[in-house]
Every structure is written in C-alpha cells, then in structure tokens.
Write a protein that binds this ligand. Structure first.
Ligand SMILES: [Zn+2]
Length: 376
C-alpha cells in the first residue's frame, strides 16, 4: 500500500526522458514506484490526474522569499508552494548578518524546500525598493550601499552548507569591488555565483562553469544579452560553451518579449526558467512560475523544454540531480499536477507589451514530500 497514488496523468519527467502516461506512487515522502498502471486500491490517498500533466515538483531558481523580514519578499507558501513550486531558491535577499533569522523563522518553518544564494553584501536586500528614503541619506542614490565581511560570510556558508547553494552579486553594487569580492567568496567556499545580466561582457568574464547569469532577457539599456544591433554578444555563445547557465529571472524589469524573441531567433534558449518573484510583480506581470513557463510555450519552446527548465536543469545547477526535479523511484516525493488550458490568454512582459497565447499551464495539485495539497 502506497501513501499517495497519482493516477492516469501524462508524466513529463525530462530527467528520465519520460513523456507518457504513467502512475506515480509515493511512500514515506519519497517516490516509491513509477509504472504504466498501478491499481487504485494500492493508494491510501488517490489523486486523479486524468486529462492532466504530472511533473516533478517545480523548482524556482530565482525568487525572494524572506517574508516578514524583508520588504520585497513574498510568502513562499502562498506564492510558490500553492502555485506548484515545491523548491524555491532565494536569490540573495539576505546577506550573512541576517541569515540565521532567515534560516530559523522562514526556511526551517516553511513547507516548500528553500535554498539560498547568499548576498555578498552583509545587509542583503533588506532595504530594497526603499531606496528613495535612503537617497536622502547616502551620497550616491543610484548605488546600493555595500558592506562586506568575507570572513563572517564564509563562516555562515560553512554552517549552512545544506541550505546555501551559492553567492549572489547584485548589479546595483557596481562591478568593483563587489563582483571581485563575490568571486573571491565563491572561490573560497567552493560555491557557485549568480550574477545579474548587466555590464556585459565584463560580468561574464568573472563567471566560471556552473555559475548562473540571471535576467537573461531584460530589455534595459545596461549591456545585456544583445548588442546595439540586436545581435547576441559573442561572449554569450562562448559562455554557453563554457557551461554558464542562462536563467530567466523574469522580475519587474527583466523580461522583454522583443529581447527573448530576437535571442531565440539566434538560437539562444534559457537553461532555467525562474520568476524573480517579489512584492512588485507577484500581482502581475509574473504571478507565478507556471505563468512564466506558459510565456515560453508562447515563445516556441516545447512542453518538455519548459518543464526541464523548471525541474531537471535547476536541480542539476543546485547539485541535486536525481534527488529533486525528477520522479525517479527514490527521489523526493515532490510533484505537481498541471492542467494545460486552451484559449486566448494575455501575457505581459515587463515593458507593458502584450502577447496572446493559446495555451497556459495551471497547477491544480501540489505534492510536497508525500503531502497532497489541492490548489483549487
Ligand atoms: Zn531577484
């Protein structure tokens, strides 16, 4: 007898190369069996997924979930878990000064699994979106004040190896010394680096295989993916060959239809699709990860590609391939049931440009560690 049985859904599990009707059984919080037919009588709790898609629990590689401690963060329960993301990676909301509080009151107390990129700046983004108030007090209002303590940061990373997966460099710190210190901290602690996609190609030059460049399709005039003629900068082709990960990080200013379309015409696809969810985009234009995935269906990626970019690939980036982001027997018992709806759906980018899509993914059930959470 299994704890949970997800029955009759179309399983899409890119890690295993599976896209076919399969039943998924979960017991003791782990995937117990995966077979074309498992009898309904073998499941204590039955989830009818007929006519729907079953995928591994989604992994959002870039969000801000230090909720209640930082102004910009969203609630990881409501905005992530109840929207299909069983794993959320906080992208530098917190630096070493407040990490213990983040860990104790949010990470340890939340149902979704939370990992973190530690902000190279000790204060993290605790004042983010409140810069107008700061502008009266600091001499250079466009810059974020930076305090760094590499010794303490390295100690916090060492003490939280199970949770801190990398270091975050934020572009408003400027290149030097912030990026150099972030690189040093990553190297010293054997961590990956997540960098925002500005000041290119200078930032790419500091990045190593396995590092993540986020906000890949922003349309800001701050030297991103495309040059002035709309061509992909050659350094990006080189970076892809070197194993640098291209992440979406949609955000409130970082997803342009025009840039994404031009990039994809030139053969650039995102490795990972993430939201950059925070308080200024959770009520639109981001909403949630399935909506962001739907935008990439509209851009021409296949279902398998968008699911891979939110399951198997981010798991690999986190060094958790085969453990999360898959429904292989023995993996964590995290899954989501998604309905692929057909119709006319409005999707906005961060410049207020609309595209109409014919399909969208809507989560209907999340399963986290074998706990079934109906969503509607
Ligand atoms: Zn962010």
């Amino acid at each position: 007898m299994y704890d949970v049985l997800l029955k009759d859904g179309l399983l899409i599990d890119p890690y295993q190369g599976i896209q076919e009707k399969m039943d998924v059984a979960i017991s003791g919080g782990k995937v117990a069996a995966l077979e074309p037919h498992i009898s309904a009588s073998e499941g204590r709790r039955l989830v009818d997924a007929s006519g729907q898609i079953v995928t591994p629990g989604l992994i959002d590689l870039h969000a801000h979930v230090c909720h209640g401690i930082t102004y910009l963060s969203v609630d990881p329960e409501a905005s992530c878990l109840l929207r299909g993301s069983t794993t959320v990676v906080d992208a530098g909301t917190i630096g070493e000064l407040l990490f213990e509080g983040f860990r104790r009151f949010i990470i340890n107390a939340s149902r979704p699994r939370i990992y973190a990129f530690l902000n190279v700046g000790s204060l993290g983004l605790i004042y983010y979106f409140r810069k107008q108030e700061w502008a009266k007090l600091i001499p250079e209002p466009s810059m974020t004040p930076l305090f760094v303590n590499l010794e303490d940061a390295a100690r916090v990373i060492e003490a939280n190896r199970d949770t801190i997966v990398g270091i975050k460099w934020h572009s408003t710190y400027g290149l030097d010394p912030a990026l150099r210190l972030a690189r040093e901290l990553a190297d010293r602690t054997g961590s990956i680096l997540m960098c925002e996609n500005h000041h290119q190609p200078n930032v790419l030059k500091q990045m190593k295989p396995g590092d993540v460049v986020t906000h890949i399709f922003h349309g800001l005039h701050t030297q991103g993916l495309l040059d002035e003629d709309g061509k992909v900068r050659p350094e990006f082709h080189e970076a892809i060959k070197r194993g640098i990960v291209l992440d979406v990080g949609h955000g409130v200013a970082s997803f342009s239809w025009e840039v994404a379309e031009k990039a994809m015409e030139q053969g650039i696809k995102p490795d990972t699709i993430s939201t950059d969810l925070h308080i200024r985009n959770v009520n639109g234009p981001v909403f949630d990860l399935p909506t962001t995935l739907s935008k990439f269906l509209l851009l021409g990626l296949t279902l398998e590609e968008v699911i891979r970019a939110a399951t198997a690939k981010p798991a690999e980036v986190l060094g958790k391939a085969g453990i999360i982001g898959t429904l292989k027997p023995g993996a964590e018992g995290d899954a989501v049931v998604l309905r692929l709806e057909e119709g006319h759906f409005s999707f906005m980018d961060t410049k207020g440009v609309q595209r109409i899509g014919k399909t969208r993914l809507v989560p209907t059930v999340t399963v986290r560690g074998g706990e079934v959470i109906p969503l509607r």
